[in-house]
Ligand binder design. Structure first.
Ligand code: 6PG
Length: 220
């Protein structure tokens, strides 16, 4: 797995700075349109803060989501709403570059049209759940075997919000660069499994074909 690299950081701040640097490097290396899918959850908060302060060519960037909870964008549970508050509202970006989720079918069409002809996202940020899920690819999820690029799923019992849309491994594994981030002692063990590519968890079964950076911060 020579395309895979793992790094540990003392703080979430240091991890976010490194992740933002990876994004800047990939964006400035490529001319023209740059497509990125953002992770949901809490971990990316420091990353969004770093990115919001960086003078990057945002007008070239098309923002997708790696997964979304099917709630109103105004809800605190909305990944798009979180990214809009923390990042999109702080950078100069044409509204047309922002791609909130509507339906799985329409998201797949938008992904294909924005990534044509390669159909590869340029960059993906992913989180890691304590149960080894990433995006909304939960253990036993139909998303893992799906030929689709985006799928509507119901999260396992007890996981809220339950109705979600997720990019599938088929969409994520073809991305040019994938950065998976986890923070805090509760994620240490599952992060090690993901680094080893342990097939017991969805994050371990995910096999990106491009650059795959796995980042862990001891402290959130
Ligand atoms: C989501 C995320 C999910 C998240 C992990 C980690 O929409 O919930 O995409 O995969 O990244 O559950 O969440 P935290 O960053 O909040 O720990």
């Amino acid at each position: 797995m020579k395309n895979r690299s793992a790094r540990k950081f003392k703080t979430g701040e240091a991890m976010a700075g490194f992740a933002a640097g990876l994004f800047e490097k990939a964006l400035t290396k490529k001319n023209g349109k740059f497509t990125v899918a953002l992770s949901g959850g809490r971990t990316p908060a420091l990353l969004f803060k770093k990115l919001a302060a960086m003078p990057l060519p945002w007008d070239r960037v098309i923002f997708f989501l790696a997964d979304e909870r099917l709630v109103p964008v105004s809800s605190r549970d909305s990944n798009f709403g979180t990214a809009r508050r923390a990042l999109f509202s702080k950078i100069k970006i044409p509204p047309a570059n922002l791609r909130p989720v509507k339906t799985a079918a329409s998201y797949e069409r938008e992904l294909l049209s924005e990534t044509a002809p390669s159909n590869r996202l340029d960059f993906v940020f992913l989180g890691l759940g304590a149960d080894g899920h990433t995006a909304s690819i939960f253990p036993g999820s139909a998303a893992e075997k799906s030929e689709k690029l985006a799928l509507a799923i119901t999260a396992p019992r007890g996981v809220r919000p339950e109705h979600r849309l997720t990019l599938t491994p088929k969409a994520l594994e073809r991305a040019r660069t994938v950065v998976m981030m986890a923070a805090g002692p509760a994620k240490k063990k599952v992060f090690e499994l993901a680094v080893r590519g342990d097939k017991k968890i969805p994050a371990g079964r995910l096999a990106p074909r491009g650059e795959f950076h796995l980042l862990f911060a001891e402290k959130e």
